[in-house]
Design a protein around this ligand. Structure first.
Ligand SMILES: Nc1nc2c(ncn2[C@@H]2O[C@H](COP(=O)(O)OP(=O)(O)OP(=O)(O)O)[C@@H](O)[C@H]2O)c(=O)[nH]1
Ligand SMILES: [Mg+2]
Length: 198
């Protein structure tokens, strides 16, 4: 395992895709993907990791990211912002389409190394997210559970999260779990440094 800090030399938007069929794949360029419910904080985390304010669009309107968006980091990593699924107000058709896009990507990509599964710290981890974690383990992709918006937790939330985390550690002994906040920058360096391994 490599240690130290990942230095950002360059970052740029690369491309957007409606599904997995035309995504770029290059054996020398590892992909690192971000998935989770709409509004979980995927685009915000990506911006924080890349130290860019708005390279990935952040929105107060859930369901903003409907495409698979590729970003380049240091001309080496592809950071992949996947569509946020499961937004309650979206029509069932849209909800299904978005989770299908995520699963299509996971089932076909060959150069994905790390899958960040994001879940708002104030919510219980839903079954769909657990399935994504299981899928990643099965495919030899390293899943990392990110509990986002840690800055918003009150004492009761914190106690609840601690308890849930203990259960998840028993259910998935190999799973890395990190709290993050893009407001206080909690966890951002740690998450970015996970890329050093690839
Ligand atoms: N307090 C707080 N708010 C956050 C944090 N991260 C994201 N948010 C807010 O949560 C909302 C959703 O963030 P996004 O990054 O757009 O979420 P997303 O997962 O990309 O959403 P979709 O594109 O709809 O899938 C925005 O209003 C963000 O400002 C955080 O760490 N703390
Ligand atoms: Mg987004």
């Amino acid at each position: 395992m490599r240690t130290g800090n990942l230095i950002i030399h360059s970052s740029a938007f690369h491309s957007s895709h409606v599904d997995w069929t035309k995504i770029p794949e290059n054996p020398t360029m590892p992909q690192i993907a971000f998935c989770g419910r709409s509004n979980a904080g995927k685009s915000s985390l990506l911006n924080a990791i890349l130290e860019r304010k708005e390279i990935a669009r952040v929105s107060a309107t859930p369901g903003k990211t409907r495409l698979i968006n590729f970003f380049l980091l240091n001309d080496h990593y592809f950071l992949v912002d996947l569509p946020g699924f499961g937004y309650a107000k979206a029509s069932n058709q849209t909800r299904d389409d978005l989770i299908d896009i995520v699963n299509g990507y996971l089932n076909h990509v060959t150069t994905l190394k790390l899958l960040f599964v994001l879940c708002d710290s104030a919510r219980d981890l839903p079954e769909e997210e657990k399935l994504l974690i299981e899928t990643a383990f099965e495919k030899n992709i390293k899943p990392v559970l990110i509990r986002t918006k840690a800055d918003k937790l009150n004492q009761k939330d914190k106690a609840r999260l601690k308890k849930e985390t203990k259960f998840l550690e028993q259910e998935f002994p190999e799973l890395l779990i990190f709290p993050t906040s893009t407001k206080t920058k909690t966890g951002i360096l740690e998450i970015r440094n996970l890329l050093l391994e690839y």
